[in-house]
Write a protein that binds this ligand. Structure first.
Ligand SMILES: [Zn+2]
Length: 332
């Protein structure tokens, strides 16, 4: 693969606007009248309403292959979030990461974000069969082990630049415990620096349970003053206090959302409109965010073939239409 600059240099160049992270956009820049590829709907409205990001979580039970990335790219998706779990990606193997970097370039994809591992030693095809990894584990050896695992994923940025690492504060549904908060602080104090050196921001995601609740995350960031951003997970919010109440504590540090549906009890990661979340209300909360705000579709495999990439594309369309409608209602 062609590497002109190191990841840090490349990130600086991206920030300075010298290079685009979107290969398609830079390719089109040579043509004055050509515009970046847009969806039919956004072309009609003549503006982009959100940035579509597809999470490979949908395929996290199987290895991330060149064929899979090609399939994703062929549906018109240009930005991905890669879910780091050993079955899906050997994130600790520099050789595998080099190969992945080549595939990403070949298929002209942009890695928007990575999702930090939540478990280790997963058995193929058996989700949640591994040992939870928690950066807030009060037991020091286990905590340092978790920190090491997160560092392996951050090192990927040295070969494949990405902007955000999505991180859970705990290892599942956990109660609020001052020892866990202390442990999380120790871990993240170190990890935010390690990430920054690689051009990455750590993004905390709200998860079911007290420890990962939006208000607890907000208190954590306020109290520790660590340089952390937020990913608002709409599905997780719906299982707890509801989307609207959960949004408020997170909005100030918000850089992206995770979109998936459920029926309020289990973390089903269904296609939007397949559970009972009010998506128009959710999109109305986002209508105040800047144009091109990243919305990550984080679906789970429900059966071998569902949901398909075509289903995902249709879901993106619907979310965009809803968001555009909320925006134009707000502006009229
Ligand atoms: Zn999520």
């Amino acid at each position: 693969m062609r590497r002109i600059r190191g990841a840090k240099g490349q990130r600086e160049a991206i920030d300075a606007g010298e290079v685009s992270t979107d290969h398609r956009v830079s390719a089109f820049r040579n043509f004055q009248d050509a515009e970046p590829p847009r969806t039919q709907f956004s072309r009609q409205k003549n503006f982009l309403t959100m940035q579509r990001v597809f999470s490979t979580y949908r395929y996290s039970d199987e290895p991330l292959t060149s064929a899979l990335l090609a399939e994703i790219a062929q549906t018109g998706i240009s930005h991905v979030e890669i879910y780091c779990t050993p079955v899906h990606l050997k994130y600790g193997s520099p050789k595998d990461i080099r190969t992945l970097a080549e595939w990403i370039g070949e298929h002209r994809l942009t890695v928007h974000s990575l999702h930090s591992p939540t478990e280790r030693d997963l058995l193929p095809g058996k989700r949640e069969s591994g040992i939870p990894i928690s950066i807030s584990d009060p037991e020091r050896v286990r905590r340092l082990d978790a920190v090491d695992e997160v560092k392996r994923t951050l090192e990927i940025a040295e070969q494949i630049p990405f902007r955000y690492l999505v991180q859970h504060i705990g290892g599942g549904r956990e109660n609020h415990d001052p020892r866990k908060i202390d442990a999380a602080f120790n871990s993240l104090e170190h990890l935010t620096i390690f990430a920054k050196q690689r051009g990455v921001s750590i993004v905390l995601e709200n998860t079911p349970g007290e420890l990962g609740s939006p208000s607890n995350l907000r208190h954590f960031v306020t109290d520790t003053r660590l340089d952390l951003k937020f990913c608002f997970d709409i599905g997780h919010a719906h299982m707890e206090d509801g989307v609207e109440i959960s949004f408020e504590p997170m909005r100030d540090h918000l850089v992206m959302v995770h979109a998936h549906d459920n029926h309020g009890e289990k973390d089903e990661h269904l296609l939007p409109q397949s559970g009972n979340i009010d998506w128009d209300a959710a999109m109305s909360l986002l209508s105040g965010e800047k144009e091109d705000f990243p919305v990550v579709l984080e679906l789970r495999a429900q059966s071998a073939s569902a949901p398909s990439l075509a289903d995902a594309t249709a879901a993106f369309e619907k979310l965009e239409q809803s968001l555009a409608a909320r925006r134009s209602a707000a502006n009229s």
